[in-house]
Design a protein around this ligand. Structure first.
Ligand SMILES: *[C@@H]1O[C@H](CO)[C@@H](O)[C@H](O)[C@H]1NC(C)=O
Ligand SMILES: *[C@@H]1O[C@H](CO)[C@@H](O)[C@H](O)[C@H]1NC(C)=O
Ligand SMILES: *[C@@H]1O[C@H](CO)[C@@H](O)[C@H](O)[C@H]1NC(C)=O
Ligand SMILES: *[C@@H]1O[C@H](CO)[C@@H](O)[C@H](O)[C@H]1NC(C)=O
Length: 537
């Protein structure tokens, strides 16, 4: 489509208040409110590249819809720029057990000129619960709420796209020239699901650190607390010491000592032996930790008093199990463990209770998944979970939840045939999602489509050394992957590398040009902080 056509009508849009509820197949619109918002100031959202607060002018459309027979109440927020629309649509995904974050995520894309939208998928139960609690996944009678689960799995994305494109037609007189999805984690998984289920909805999908293999992955994220409950709970500073030691051991094995483990093959083969730290002493601050206070948010608890601690064989055993990942009692591997160099605070966090005892502080989404999806029992006591219970949970999750959550739904053939482009980047030190799952998925794609080149026509994967989940970690993060995706979709310029950057704790700018998988960053010569010292091979 011609971008010029949509730009001609800028300034000439219909009044916001005249928008009417679109007809959406399979859904019933309960209400639509459309109010013009002028010069509202907003801070940048975490996914946006903007740093300064900016002033937004847009038509704020709030739609409430339901699926007849489902008794769900779904909120969709659509923001349409009243000036400087760039002719494009950018849908924003969710994270954890949330389908979307509403206004929080829309300010960034809107400020860059996109028509943008987000939906709660009905998972807030009419704004009464935090979706991360998982409470929405069960009906009041304790059975699984299949309608809401379907909404998160893929249905709510499609409703939102149909709505947004219809509102674009009404407001600007044209549909968007190009439509994009932008999500990380659960939002990345939603992107893959959208590609598979509705291959015509998006021209380009930016799916960052996608939570694919969710039935395996989320239960695997609860393995560390189970191991600790069965053995000992290491003080958190011991785990931090282990992270430093793992990086020190495996960073040089990629050819250069730059603080980053850059070779994706080291995910499986980093030869770190946790016993090497046994007997070492660490200086630990008491009551000093990074707490996970909800998806993607962390809080530092101030430290008090230094204590010397000696690392024990029990600590080493726990770390070994966490790095190996979940296994059956017979030693059969179930899923991947914590990536080498990844932080422990996300899925293997420990905190001191009031009596000064160390206790596991599990990842809330993993805990919610066990209670509401796997055991369907809100009172299920995860702190008493034995390794036998754990195996059972893993089995239920992978054998019974595949209908909505399994990867068998992620057939990308039709998306490829429709000319869609899927861009994924992921941190090699992702602390929530072991990147091995993405590798496995990509290998399966290559088998299905006949090799790496065939897959690269529509799906490209970039690993970011040292980068964590979505935006965390210590390695360089892609600077503007959406622009790279736009170039691929709109001009056919398929990305070979993704420019990435971070500022180190020592205040040094560190850059890399991330390589298209299966290529890896190879050090040539020059300062290790500079992208130009490396090439892809
Ligand atoms: C958009 O409209 C909804 C519904 O009326 C309202 O709750 C929300 O605060 C509005 N957002 C802004 C930024 O004005
Ligand atoms: C949702 O909550 C609002 C009040 O907050 C109420 O007016 C409305 O009827 C509720 N919708 C449904 C479907 O329960
Ligand atoms: C749990 O503890 C038992 C008994 O100490 C031990 O044999 C087993 O290996 C432990 N399992 C895990 C996963 O830590
Ligand atoms: C994927 O979908 C295509 C049609 O779009 C079909 O021909 C093919 O058999 C499917 N592949 C798998 C593995 O289901």
């Amino acid at each position: 489509m011609d971008l010029g056509a949509s730009q001609d009508i800028l300034g000439g849009h219909t009044p916001c208040a005249s928008l009417v509820a679109p007809v959406i197949a399979g859904a019933e619109i309960l209400s639509l409110s459309a109010v013009e918002v002028e010069s509202i100031s907003s801070r940048a959202d975490p996914l946006s590249t903007a740093i300064e607060p900016f002033y937004l002018n847009f038509c704020n459309v709030s739609v409430v819809l339901t699926h007849p027979g489902a008794s769900d109440t779904v909120f969709v927020d659509v923001w349409l720029p009243t000036s400087d629309w760039n002719g494009r649509y950018q849908a924003m995904g969710g994270g954890g057990l949330a389908a979307g974050y509403g206004g929080l995520m829309l300010a960034g894309p809107l400020s860059e000129g996109y028509l943008t939208s987000s939906t709660d998928g009905g998972l807030t139960l009419n704004n009464t619960v935090d979706p991360q609690s998982g409470k929405w996944a069960l009906n009041e009678d304790g059975t699984s709420n299949d309608d809401l689960q379907l909404n998160l799995a893929w249905r709510s994305i499609h409703d939102m796209v149909l709505l947004s494109k219809d509102l674009s037609q009404q407001f600007y007189g044209v549909e968007p020239s190009y439509s994009y999805w932008h999500g990380c984690s659960q939002g990345g998984r939603q992107g893959y699901a959208a590609a598979a289920q509705y291959p015509e909805d998006f021209d380009g999908i930016l799916a960052i650190a996608p939570a694919i293999y969710i039935p395996e992955l989320v239960v695997a994220d609860f393995w560390p607390p189970v191991v600790m409950q069965n053995n000992t709970v290491p003080p958190f500073c011991v785990l931090e010491e282990y992270q430093r030691a793992i990086i020190a051991k495996c960073d040089p094995l990629d050819g250069v000592t730059d603080g980053l483990i850059s070779d994706h093959d080291l995910l499986e083969s980093c030869p770190f032996d946790p016993d090497t730290l046994v007997g070492h002493t660490v200086s630990c601050n008491s009551a000093c930790a990074t707490l996970d206070i909800g998806i993607l948010m962390e809080m530092d608890v101030p430290c008090e008093g230094l204590k010397e601690l000696t690392i024990t064989t029990e600590h080493a055993t726990v770390v070994r199990e966490i790095l190996q990942g979940p296994r059956t009692s017979n030693g059969k591997p179930l899923w991947y463990g914590l990536a080498p160099g990844a932080a422990f605070f996300a899925v293997a966090n420990t905190i001191e209770d009031e009596d000064g005892n160390w206790i596991p502080s599990p990842f809330i989404v993993a805990k919610s998944w066990l209670k509401y999806f796997v055991f369907k029992h809100p009172d299920y006591e995860t702190t008493k979970m034995s390794t036998a219970d754990y195996e059972k949970a893993f089995d239920i999750s992978t054998s019974q939840l595949g209908e909505l959550w399994g990867n068998q739904h992620l057939n990308l053939t039709a998306f490829k045939d429709a000319g869609g482009k899927l861009l994924t980047w992921m941190g090699l030190a992702d602390e929530y999602i072991p990147p091995n799952g993405m590798l496995r998925f990509r290998e399966n794609l290559e088998k299905q489509f006949g090799g790496a080149e065939a897959v690269d026509e529509f799906q490209r994967l970039f690993f970011a050394p040292g980068a964590g989940h979505c935006s965390g970690g210590h390695g360089p993060l892609p600077v503007d992957p959406l622009i790279a995706l736009r170039g691929w979709v709109e001009n056919g310029t398929a990305p070979e590398t993704l420019p990435a950057m971070t500022i180190s704790p020592e205040n040094v700018k560190v850059s890399r040009n991330l390589c298209r998988y299966p290529k890896k960053l190879i050090y040539n010569e020059g300062p290790v902080a500079l992208a130009s010292s490396f090439s892809c091979a």
